[in-house]
Design a protein around this ligand. Structure first.
Ligand SMILES: NC(=O)C1=CN([C@@H]2O[C@H](COP(=O)(O)OP(=O)(O)OC[C@H]3O[C@@H](n4cnc5c(N)ncnc54)[C@H](OP(=O)(O)O)[C@@H]3O)[C@@H](O)[C@H]2O)C=CC1
Ligand SMILES: N[C@@H](CC=O)C(=O)O
Length: 362
């Protein structure tokens, strides 16, 4: 008997439509990574239909061509408005906003996009890492809109930290404590600072390498780490208010008070206090590390610590984050996760991994 063989049909899934907000360090790396997928198996999974920074926006329902990036941004057809995002994404199928900004006004929109059926993928920590009320609004909007919130890039630049916390709890574990280095730029600074050359020079180098926040005071003050610890703690089932984290800032008051444009010239005010802390630690054979600590039903702290050179949290190199998680199954010896915790490449990859996961599963 001749079996009838059905002709092979290709059911290419409809691409998810994507709006990319932010064309700075992370946003342009995400755009370049998307463009690099041409003629690979990932080609056509995500269609970039809108790109914006704070000044310009470009929309094209057939896809914004990556190879005209510079030209398009220089000659953008219209000014940027967040109100344009919904229209640019309109239509059936999966819709995703990728937030590669550090913008409060963009973060304020996360909940309304989620409630309206638009998935959000973000590198910006201002959505889940500030007030508990905003964190709750995002969770509620997700449930209401049947949408997903891709947050892998917000802590550890895509390292499997949030994922591990969620999977441990899904398997019945309670999270007892989390401790470690959560800042890529501060890891890099304290892995390189030698107590001889000015600390401020290293801060400039970390900024130029794309590791710091747009304003490096957000890293040096511990605010960026506070946000990450809040995101982790909330994901770990401990719904902390922002002021429940005690933060020990490295930024002198005078530097904190300056306008953003004046910060660079005043960075040397960091040099003397950091030289002293380095010298004291060096005398005891210790290393300086900027550590975040969370204890279930206990204190949450962020600040610079002098650790024994062989302390488990003192290891790592470059921008490595190094984080220990204690849970029901990891009571004595914690689960330890380490890897690069800042940089355009890893962060852009984490954003697009989340977007691809949504495009596949939503
Ligand atoms: N750098 C890193 O290693 C990591 C960064 N992140 C996060 O990624 C985010 C981006 O960081 P980074 O790329 O370094 O920052 P940049 O300052 O380089 O880029 C920020 C971008 O956001 C744009 N922007 C600001 N407001 C708006 C708006 N209302 N609408 C659209 N675009 C807007 C800016 O526009 P314009 O160009 O006009 O100024 C700029 O293009 C931050 O939240 C950061 O915390 C997370 C993990 C790692
Ligand atoms: N500025 C941040 C970037 C990633 O979140 C850091 O230094 O970790």
């Amino acid at each position: 008997m001749n079996a009838r063989i059905a002709p092979l049909r290709s059911h290419a899934p409809q691409p998810a439509r994507v709006a990319l907000l932010g064309t700075g360090t992370v946003g342009s790396a995400a755009w370049a990574r998307l463009a690099s997928w041409a003629d690979t198996p990932l080609d056509g999974r995500l269609s970039l239909v809108h790109v914006a920074n704070s000044r310009f926006a470009i929309s094209n329902r057939n896809g914004v061509p990556a190879d005209t990036r510079e030209l398009l941004l220089r000659n953008a057809p219209r000014a940027s408005s967040l109100d344009a995002v919904g229209d640019a994404l309109s239509g059936s199928g999966t819709r995703i906003v990728i937030d590669a900004t550090a913008s409060e006004t963009v973060a304020e929109r996360h909940a309304s996009w989620l409630a309206g059926g638009i998935h959000v993928v973000t590198a910006c920590k201002l959505g889940q890492g500030t007030t508990l009320a905003r964190w709750r609004a995002i969770q509620a909007a997700r449930a209401r809109g049947g949408t997903r919130y891709g947050d892998s890039a917000t802590v550890g630049a895509g390292l499997p930290l949030l994922r591990s916390l969620r999977e441990l709890q899904a398997g019945g574990d309670r999270i007892h404590a989390v401790a470690g280095v959560l800042s890529g730029s501060l890891a890099w600074l304290f892995n390189h600072y030698d107590g001889l050359r000015p600390f401020s020079n290293f801060v400039r180098a970390a900024r130029d390498a794309g590791y710091t926040e747009p304003d490096p005071r957000d890293d040096l003050s511990g605010e960026d780490v506070r946000r990450k610890l809040l995101i982790l703690s909330r994901a770990a089932g401990h719904a902390l208010e922002a002021d429940a984290v005690q933060v020990d800032s490295l930024v002198p008051e005078a530097l904190a008070a300056l306008a953003a444009d004046d910060v660079d010239g005043a960075l040397p005010s960091l040099d003397a206090p950091l030289r002293e802390r380095y010298a004291a630690a060096y005398k005891n054979g210790e290393k300086l590390r900027f550590i975040a600590r969370l204890q279930a039903d206990g204190p949450a702290t962020v600040g610079l610590e002098a650790l024994a050179a062989d302390h488990p949290l003192a290891g790592g190199a470059g921008t490595d984050n190094r984080v220990a998680i204690w849970s029901d199954r990891y009571r004595e010896q914690p689960l330890l996760i380490q890897g690069p915790g800042a940089g355009a490449g890893v962060t852009a990859a984490a954003l697009l991994d989340d977007a691809l996961r949504i495009a596949r599963e939503a």
